[in-house]
Structure formats: structure tokens, C-alpha cells
Design a protein. Structure first.
Lengths: 112, 114
């Protein structure tokens, strides 16, 4: 397996634009996580899914953020409209129950 | 409120010596702990874990120690190698549904000098 695949690796967008980040988890993993890494807050969990169903989205910062998992092999994190303070590295990870999470390489988002 | 803390932002060690990275937690519901290593421009990669029913877990050069009464865990790397230079994150998870939610510490940057 190629591991968790995220796209794009880098995204630069203007304030107010919509941004969509994509993730393909490892085949067979039941859980998918979206994390955000910033200098101020470190690695923080935004939302996670179990069997494609959102379980906990308490980490999603505001209504501008939304995440979907239409099937077991694909998830998106959308920011609409984007703001400069959303600039961060966004990681997707997947795991089996209580197993260690495997992370993708991340998407570095810059909102100017 | 940081539930998992790594109080040392950086650590410098000579090659061949022991590296000790520390982590403290506050949530008594945490029962599973993990260490991740992260290189620049890459995602964190799993290193080693420990369940709360144990106080030590060893994997090659890496050993994790857990002191539940002190709510403290540490990662020992012996001997340290230049390739170990990376940011190390401590993570913890709790019971039930929370068992899959990892709470991360802020990370410690380890530099192993040749």
C-alpha cells in the first residue's frame, strides 16, 4: 500500500477563496482523521470518521470548515471562505481500531 | 488546556549517547500512549507505543517508560544516531470512542551531533 495520500502538497490561495484538501486513506482502515499543525497550537485534531461516518467534529474551528467522507477511500476537508489564519499544515491520517495512526505527508496551506 | 505536554522544545545529544525525551499528561482517562517521529516536510510516523497496563516497552534502540502515578512517560533512544534527528511527538488516547482520538504534545526537536 502506498500509505495515506494527500493532495495537493502545497496550496496558495487568496483570502475569501474556497479551498479543498483531499485524502486517500490506507485501504482497510476504519478510521480517518484530519489534523492541523500550527506553531501556536501544535498538532490538533479537527474531525474524525469511523466507517465513513463523522464521529467527533468538536475540533473544527468554525462553520467555514467542513469535511466529508463519501466512501471508504476518499475524504475532503473544505474551507470556505478561507482566511489568512487558516494557514497551516493539514494532515490526514488513518488507522485500525486502537492502532497507531498513519499520517499522510500533509498539505501546506497558505492563505494570502 | 494542554492535556499532553512536552516541556522541552529541543534537545541536543552527542552521537552514541542516550537521548531522553519526556512527556507529561493530565487526563487520568488516557490509557494508551504513543511516540511519533517527524522529519521536515513529512507526516509524523509511528515509533513506539505503550498501554497503561505496562510500565515499559522496548523496540530495538527505543524504549518507552510509563509512570502512571506521576502521569509521566519518557522515550529513551540508545545509542543515538544522527538519523534520529527529528521532532518527536508524544500522543495519548483514552477509553471508548475517545480511544481513537490522539491528543498530541507540542513536540521536542532532537538534534544528534556526529
Amino acid at each position: 500500500d502506498a500509505g495515506v495520500i494527500q493532495s495537493p502538497r502545497h496550496e496558495v490561495t487568496e483570502m475569501g477563496q474556497e479551498v479543498t484538501l483531499r485524502c486517500k486513506p490506507i485501504s482497510g482502515h476504519d478510521y480517518l482523521f484530519w489534523y492541523r499543525q500550527t506553531m501556536m497550537r501544535g498538532l490538533e485534531l479537527l474531525i474524525y470518521f469511523n466507517n465513513n461516518v463523522p464521529i467527533d467534529d468538536s475540533g473544527m474551528p468554525e462553520d467555514r470548515f467542513s469535511a466529508k467522507m463519501p466512501n471508504a477511500s476518499f475524504s475532503t476537508l473544505k474551507i470556505q471562505p478561507s482566511e489568512p489564519r487558516d494557514s497551516a499544515v493539514y494532515f490526514c491520517a488513518s488507522s485500525l481500531y486502537r492502532g497507531e495512526a498513519f499520517f499522510g505527508q500533509g498539505t501546506r496551506l497558505t492563505v494570502v | 488546556d494542554q492535556q499532553v505536554k512536552q516541556n522541552s522544545p529541543s534537545l541536543s545529544v552527542q552521537e552514541g549517547r542516550i537521548s531522553i525525551l519526556n512527556c507529561d499528561y493530565t487526563n487520568s482517562m488516557f490509557d494508551y500512549f504513543l511516540w511519533y517521529k517527524k522529519y521536515p516536510a513529512e507526516g509524523p510516523t509511528f515509533l513506539i507505543s505503550i498501554s497503561s497496563i505496562k510500565d515499559k516497552n522496548e523496540d530495538g534502540r527505543f524504549t518507552v517508560f510509563l509512570n502512571k502515578s506521576a502521569k509521566h512517560l519518557s522515550l529513551h533512544i540508545v545509542p543515538s544516531q544522527p538519523g534520529d534527528s527529528a521532532v518527536y511527538f508524544c500522543a495519548a488516547s483514552g477509553y471508548g470512542n475517545a480511544g481513537n482520538m490522539l491528543t498530541f504534545g507540542g513536540g521536542t526537536r532532537l538534534m544528534v551531533k556526529p
